[in-house]
Design a binder for this molecule. Sequence first.
Ligand SMILES: Cc1ncc(COP(=O)(O)O)c(C=O)c1O
Length: 89
Amino acid sequence: MPNEIAFTGGGSESINWAIKGVAFANRDKGRHIVTTTIEHSAVMKTCKYLETMGWQVTYVGVDWLGRVNPVHVREAITRIRFGERDARQ
Ligand SMILES: Cc1ncc(COP(=O)(O)O)c(C=O)c1O
């Protein structure tokens, strides 16, 4: 259970805190992020920043209705293990 609540100035700041916070807190466990190609620019910019810091980001595509196929997410999660590079990127 969280023991702290952080109030932010808006959605973009919250997204930055959340993604970077989880990424940096767990950087010794792995540096692979799975997201989608249709995220808000706050998510995209944060992921692009983390790529410059050594993270690998897999952008899962969506269908014509904007739906993510969970099979593609599962493939993206299992494709890269700790320390491996994604040959398809
Ligand atoms: C999913 C999502 N992320 C981030 C934002 C940006 O929020 P803010 O303008 O508060 O930074 C929005 C705003 O609509 C949003 O819908």
